[in-house]
Ligand binder design. Structure first.
Ligand code: T3D
Length: 269
């Protein structure tokens, strides 16, 4: 494992398919196979999972920006890679752990969607907590175009985000949804000019990185649970989560700052 938690940085050359930088509490992961619109090969699946696992271990990383090099965000599975006969296992062993790692990461992930997000690349974008999109971005449930079905979480995220009827239309017709329409549908949180994409995503991630990280992580857990469990389970998770949050330094700091009428300085502890 190339990651050195003590040094708090990740050597860029250790990932053949990603760039990784970290500054001021924000880990920046950039998909870096621009010639094939950052489509997923086996190495990129492994690298991305390792990068999210490393962020999970590093207390210094308090938010993530997931972006991509070139004109595309991610065109899904690399269709030149031959995995046809093991497709179910590839999903179980490589794509699904990646999507789980993103959803279970107790830190916010900001997707910076620069261009087309297709197939499993669309799923990857949907697995982020919030999405900032360039005006040039688009979302394409490409699966049916090649006789496949949605995977890597798209069947789960899409109806939650935009409702069943709109999800069905996106999946069945497999037409690209441009950024402006994605904003109307609630697929993305905001749309910005292309040159503003990374500044806007990093500005948002920096704000998130200065918030009480453990409370944010627990809040993410509760929101995740709300998508799959009933009210009783969520009420109980809220109660135990609140008991945990109340023990943190950041809670004490937030209380003190309020009473002293000053801005809090959260440390993520
Ligand atoms: O084995 C499995 O399938 C298991 C897992 C499945 C999960 C999935 O993700 S299934 C869905 C796979 N993805 C797709 O079907 C999307 C395929 N790509 C496209 O339909 C189009 O490229 C786009 C609509 C995304 C973008 O179109 P456009 O016109 O902007 O770009 P382009 O010219 O098609 O692509 C640019 C280059 O990227 C091109 O290479 P070239 O000709 O310049 O050498 C193209 O071949 C390459 N590229 C784009 N997508 C992929 C890809 N190469 C490999 N795999 C890709 N998915």
């Amino acid at each position: 494992m190339p990651y050195d938690v003590k040094r708090g940085n990740l050597a860029v050359e250790k990932f053949s398919t990603l760039l990784f930088e970290q500054a001021d509490g924000v880990a920046a992961i950039t998909l870096n196979r621009p010639d094939v619109l950052n489509s997923f090969n086996s190495a990129m699946r492994r690298d991305l999972l390792s990068a999210f696992q490393a962020v999970a271990r590093d207390e210094g990383a308090r938010a993530v920006v997931l972006s991509a090099a070139g004109r595309g965000f991610c065109a899904g599975q690399d269709l030149r890679e031959d995995i046809g006969s093991v497709i179910g296992e590839t999903l179980r062993q490589e794509y699904n752990p990646l999507i789980r790692a993103m959803r279970e990461l107790p830190k916010p992930v900001v997707g910076a969607i620069n261009g087309v997000a297709a197939g499993a690349g669309c799923s990857l974008a949907l697995a982020c907590d919030v999405r900032v999109a360039s005006e040039q971005a688009s979302f394409l449930q490409a699966f049916v175009r090649i006789g496949l079905v949605p995977d890597s979480g798209s069947s789960f995220f899409l109806p939650q985000l935009i409702g069943m009827a709109r999800a069905a239309e996106m999946v069945f017709l497999a037409e690209p949804v441009p950024a402006a329409r994605a904003l109307e549908l609630g697929l993305v949180n905001r749309v910005v000019p292309p040159d503003q994409l990374l500044p806007a995503a990093h500005e948002l991630a920096s704000r998130l990185a200065q918030l009480p990280t453990r409370a944010i992580g627990q809040a993410k857990r509760q929101l995740n649970l709300a998508l799959s469990a009933g009210l009783e389970a969520v009420l109980e998770e809220e109660a135990s989560g609140q008991a945990m949050a109340a023990q943190t330094y950041d809670h004490q700091e937030g209380m003190k700052a309020f009473l002293e009428k000053r801005e809090p300085k959260f440390l993520g502890r």
